[in-house]
Design a protein around this ligand. Sequence first.
Ligand code: ATP
Ligand code: MG
Length: 446
Amino acid sequence: MRLSRYFLPVLKENPAEAQIVSHRLMLRAGMIRQQAAGIYSWLPLGLRVLRNIERIVHEEQQRAGHIPLLMPTLQPADLWRESGRYDAYGPEMLRIRDRQDRDMLYGPTNEEMITDIFRAHVTSYRQLPLTLYHIQWKFRDEMRPRFGVMRGREFLMKDGYNFDVDRDAALHAYNRHMVSYLRTYERMGLTAIPMRAASGPIGGDNTHEFLVLAETGESEVFYDDRVAGLKLGAREIDYDDRAQVAAVCEEFTTLYARTDETHDEGIFAAQVPADHRRVARGIEVGQIFYFATKYSEPMGAYVTNEAGERVPVHMGSHGIGVSRLAGAIIEASHDDRGIIWPEGVTPFPVGIVNLKQGDTATDAACEELYAALTARGLEPLYDDTGERAGAKFATMDLIGLPWRLTVGPRGVARGVVELTSRRSGESEELTVAAAVDRVAAVFAGV
Ligand code: ATP
Ligand code: MG
């Protein structure tokens, strides 16, 4: 992409309405625009990040054997009357009436609808296990939408639902989600700690929230600091292997880690040595629930089991805050100059800064880089504008591409360009071919 033809409305001034750094940087980097309280347009740069987050979520869900589908945003109220939640859900639900006077709602979540799909098509344990998920916009009329996309009213969520014949199978599905989430967040450059949580309006006994530590987080968290050092890494997971998946969950949930809703000062003190106890704040980027037959019983989602009996199916629901993650990643990865994107989600892998636009040799070197990177599937953002070098660097630092290639007449005369890491600030001079190889190598594993 050539910056001269792109739409990147960066702001020079700090927007007054932004209270936290991710909101400020998303506005300044031209990623989002607020259209109403808690409702945002995703501008081109922001959309690229959002799509990358979605892609990682899709890949990891499908790796775990979960199947994508797409349910609508608008739902009939009658479905929610069956579960009893139409009346139970408070003013956070946006209720709508259509021209036929039918009660509709903008979905805040999809348990009822997925249960309806399930009961229409599945009758036997032989069709199980089954986990269906989608990535779809939700609406919750939050009392205090704030912090940009972190607490929106309209927001993008991955929500997945498992259907299993009994409790053991459903607990395996729960564990499978936990492991797939760990990998999902790690690919986004995040440490998200699974913490024991309280169940809230969805209900259920088994639930964990995934929290990214950040001072601006809305949740208070209590944990053993050794839990923050655990990594899933590149280890092979067989998602059908119940014992292996359970062992990973045990590894990540044995050390103390709880939100304020479930925190127990006595257990904390007894289990965690004083020098490992941490009280901090975190951003909830996901949550998994096992809620047994809470929806299947009232809504009549039954299957025949191996013994030939009709039993209500065991379910759980599992969410990832896709749009919130864009903000959470920035909270976890920035400096005073701007965003520092992890390679997994960056809107462009690399930026090219032309220090002397219009200089024949410099322009030619930039074009050569542009073509070579593009041919390797690494679309660069090329600043081909007539801005001063200082302004070009400031924009690149603000929008946070992890790698920058700087091309100037003096380097070109010596046959080199400069490759700079946004994170470390370190630079090295390389030939065009070597620079392209280096960038390709960095992204090969992403
Ligand atoms: P919160 O406690 O932050 O209000 P929640 O527990 O009500 O969230 P869930 O129903 O667990 O939310 O939804 C799954 C995920 O969706 C959450 O973990 C969070 O990352 C994201 N999410 C929830 N509400 C919002 C919101 N208003 N704006 C952006 N993301 C949200
Ligand atoms: Mg939650």
